[in-house]
Design a protein around this ligand. Structure first.
Ligand code: SF4
Ligand code: SF4
Length: 61
């Protein structure tokens, strides 16, 4: 299982992570990305690559 973390300060709310994630891990909350379904993450790292502000970090737990 992986932990997906979004830095709220860095997040610009562009929704790119929401759109690219094949597992629908992210949802928007108050204009920021919220990794609400992090248990579904398969560590493809697409979100890390697409985020323009390097706000997403993923660690194995
Ligand atoms: S690593 Fe892949 S599956 Fe996991 S949150 Fe990012 S885009 Fe979704
Ligand atoms: S791609 Fe990055 S900046 Fe854009 S909504 Fe997701 S976490 Fe925020």
């Amino acid at each position: 299982m992986y932990n997906v973390a979004v830095d709220d300060v860095k997040c610009e709310g562009c929704e790119e992570c929401v759109n690219i994630c094949p597992q629908e891990v992210f949802q928007m909350s108050d204009g920021k990305s919220d990794p609400a379904n992090l248990s579904e993450c398969v560590f493809c790292e697409s979100c890390v690559g697409v985020c323009p502000s390097e706000a997403i970090s993923i660690t194995e737990i």
